[in-house]
Unconditional design. Structure first.
Length: 311
């Protein structure tokens, strides 16, 4: 077994569901131009950080000098079928029903780097999980981990689109894997049709209308025009993701080390008015929701409560 396969086998042993390798060459110009046009059209909404570091975002070698390879990984977070919210309960995006994936993936990528370094001295690494300016979906697609669906989500033919991604940049040269040759979406438009606000179209995603952006990233008040579409969504929106046939047929996460918190899907809107910071941390501490904070969660809960009263 060659070093590449040894590395991939070790990564699977760490708990990654998918592992692929791509080179450090820049993302192709067509994708760069699309992203630049998307930003120019204002589709990034208030995410100003997406306008920065564009030179690094599309060229891994600018994040780590002499980068030769990018080891791409994915973790399946499809929840068990029994974890559906009860009637009247608020919806928390499925990825937030688990522990904070940033730390989960980051720890394991460092372990992978240590494993490689023990066999290949003087090799350098950089761990990337979400917050680093890197066009990760393009890289992970290039590494053969799936295709980019019409919902703009990296989707695997077997594991679906409920995948959390990470990358390990390294100066170690490794043979790259091949991307999937075909996009199996075909004429299917279920994700686009499922979007509650029309944020998702054939042209792409407009975050100014996206309920995931509005309930997670929006720093101020959520425009009233979107309140009714929020429904009972406390944090995030999985509509376009769950409408995809590949996600509907995907197996549940089978990694017992990726801590799952089903109680986060049993919350009701009236709870939050009386919550203290300690209550918030007891339920959402160590999760991606913790980054949102109690006050913005209350903002979302008030909208959900208003929607419940209208029914």
């Amino acid at each position: 077994m060659g070093l590449k396969e040894i590395i991939k086998q070790y990564a699977v042993g760490l708990g990654f569901d998918l592992v692929g390798i791509t080179g450090a060459d820049a993302i192709d110009a067509v994708q760069q131009q699309y992203f630049s046009g998307w930003l120019a059209d204002g589709c990034a909404a208030g995410m100003g950080y997406l306008h920065r570091n564009s030179d690094k975002r599309f060229c891994p070698a600018k994040l780590l000098e002499n980068t030769q390879s990018v080891i791409c990984v994915a973790v399946n977070y499809t929840p068990p079928k029994t974890a559906q919210p009860d009637a009247g309960c608020l919806r928390v995006a499925n990825f937030a029903l688990y522990e904070d994936y940033h730390e989960f993936i980051r720890r394991r990528l460092y372990q992978l780097a240590d494993f490689i370094a023990a066999q290949q001295p003087n090799i350098q690494f950089k761990v990337c999980v979400d917050s680093v300016p890197l066009a990760e979906r393009a890289l992970v697609h290039r590494a053969g981990l799936g295709f980019i669906g019409k919902n703009r989500i990296l989707t695997h033919p077997t594991l679906g689109g409920q995948l959390l991604l990470g990358e390990l940049l390294t100066t170690l040269p490794l043979e790259p894997d091949s991307p999937l040759q075909d996009n199996p979406c075909g004429d299917c438009r279920r994700c686009i049709e499922a979007c509650p606000t029309g944020a998702l179209t054939d042209k792409g995603l407009d975050c100014r209308r996206c309920l995931s952006y509005l309930t997670i990233e929006e720093p101020g008040d959520i425009p009233g025009v979107f309140h009714s579409e929020i429904g009972n969504r406390l944090f995030g929106c999985d509509a376009c993701l769950l409408a995809c046939p590949y996600s509907q047929n995907a197996p549940a996460c089978s990694n017992p080390e990726f801590a799952f918190f089903p109680q986060r899907s049993t919350l009701t809107a009236d709870l939050f008015a009386g919550w203290t910071q300690a209550d918030f941390e007891a339920v959402f501490g160590g999760s991606t929701v913790a980054r949102l904070g109690l006050e913005k969660l209350r903002r979302n809960a008030r909208i959900c409560e208003q929607n419940n009263r209208r029914q």
